[in-house]
Design a protein around this ligand. Structure first.
Ligand SMILES: [Zn+2]
Length: 273
């Protein structure tokens, strides 16, 4: 089971995007109502614009609006989208923003309020530091193994917290960092990673994300796609949340430590520094 505190990462956000895109693209936003939130910026400016497309960058959803604007959405810890026209809809006090569309009403529900919504001039991410400095998309050709190795060599951080900065590669959080490091046999504390191991990690990142997208993400407490369901990837996790269980490769009990302020599970035997 995934642990409390798990947040949506690239596969979960991509799964939300795939369900949200056909319901938003081409729709006109008639009005927006948002309760004041620390992480909401100019959300009402989306009113009277049409959504041309819905893309994803890392853990961000980017709605291209006509008129040169962009609706930037981040699920935070507990954010999700739902539609009033869907079966089973009931009023909910955790709805923080409401988008009246020309054919339905989309709601952004967020219990913990770490989600963010902002309308910005398209591509202008000056107020969104993480998005502005986001690394390459891991499943695109721009994620280059030699550049990844070079950046890793230049970093003075341990490899796991380095991955979580979003600068070497976009969209990796605690779940998929632990999984990729296990698969690449690299200790999360490692600071010196040679080219062959960097290549293995590059490959492992792509594999774990691709497989998790195929399963529509990992199930955890607050992750919901637009259809109200969660993903099917949880039974396939081999490191994250598995502390104390035998390593599937060598049988050593997996160890959990805190690294860079985050719970980190790894095999102390076959994941080398
Ligand atoms: Zn092992």
């Amino acid at each position: 089971m995934a642990e409390n505190g798990a947040v949506p990462e690239l596969p979960e956000v991509e799964s939300v995007r795939r369900q949200l895109a056909p319901r938003l693209e081409g729709r006109r936003i008639l009005s927006v109502t948002a309760t004041p939130q620390l992480r909401f910026h100019h959300v009402e400016a989306a009113a009277h614009h049409t959504v041309a497309s819905l893309r994803r960058r890392g853990k961000y959803l980017l709605g291209e609006l006509d008129g040169g604007l962009e609706l930037v959405m981040h699920l935070g810890m507990t954010g999700s989208f739902r539609f009033r026209g869907d079966p089973g809809w009931t009023p909910d006090t955790y709805v923080r923003a409401t988008f009246e569309l020309d054919d339905d009403v989309m709601e952004f529900r967020d219990v913990r309020r770490f989600g963010s919504l902002a309308v910005v001039p398209a591509g202008d991410y000056r107020g969104l530091a993480t998005l502005a400095s986001l690394g390459p998309e891991p499943l695109s050709d721009e994620f280059d193994p030699s550049v990844f190795h070079r950046d890793l060599q230049r970093s003075s951080m341990a490899v796991k917290p380095w991955l979580l900065t979003q600068r070497p590669v976009a969209g990796i959080g605690n779940i998929y960092a632990d999984e990729a490091l296990w698969r690449a046999r690299i200790n999360p504390h490692a600071r010196s990673v040679g080219p062959a191991r960097a290549r293995a990690l590059w490959q492992a990142i792509r594999e774990v994300l691709f497989e998790a997208i195929e399963r529509e993400g990992t199930t955890f407490r607050d992750y919901r796609m637009v259809n109200g369901e969660s993903g099917r990837n949880a039974p396939f996790l081999v490191a994250y949340g598995q502390a104390g269980r035998p390593c599937p490769r060598c049988g050593t009990p997996l160890r959990k430590v805190t690294l860079g302020g985050r719970g980190t599970t790894y095999c102390p035997t076959c994941q080398r520094r």
